[in-house]
Design a protein around this ligand. Structure first.
Ligand code: PCA
Length: 122
């Protein structure tokens, strides 16, 4: 039984990462990777995914099925109303291609931040 909306997570919300308890009672669907054109930057103990036109590898993460209440908590955590992240459709590779699944795109400047490539493992 699906909880609701599918969400792509790539950072602290992943299993074994620091904010994963926000997804604790939600449903894991599977591992996923974005289409090429995205990369991660290290922010203050968490990553930000941004578009990078010449990227070839994409970003790895997980698909979770989340209910409406959890999504409200996650949007609060990710600072959507403060303009920290935007929740947007992220193009993913198979088996999630063309599924209109959203993830959190970093919405502030990455100037001076360290690029960490495809995977967040901190
Ligand atoms: N949390 C969200 C966005 C970045 C972060 O650390 C995630 O895991 O997808």
């Amino acid at each position: 039984m699906s909880k609701g909306k599918l969400l792509f997570v790539y950072g602290t919300l992943k299993r074994a990462c620091s904010n994963h308890h926000y997804l604790g009672d939600q449903e894991f669907v599977g591992a996923a990777r974005t289409a090429p054109g995205f990369c991660l930057y290290a922010l203050d103990g968490f990553p930000g995914m941004v578009a990078k036109p010449d990227d070839r590898d994409g970003v790895v993460g997980e698909i979770w099925s989340v209910d409406a209440a959890a999504l409200v908590r996650l949007d609060g955590l990710e600072g959507l109303t403060e303009g920290m992240y935007r929740r947007e459709i992220v193009p993913l590779l198979a088996p999630y291609a063309n599924r209109k699944i959203e993830g959190y795109i970093y919405a502030r400047s990455i100037q001076g931040r360290r690029e960490v490539g495809s995977a967040w493992n901190e």
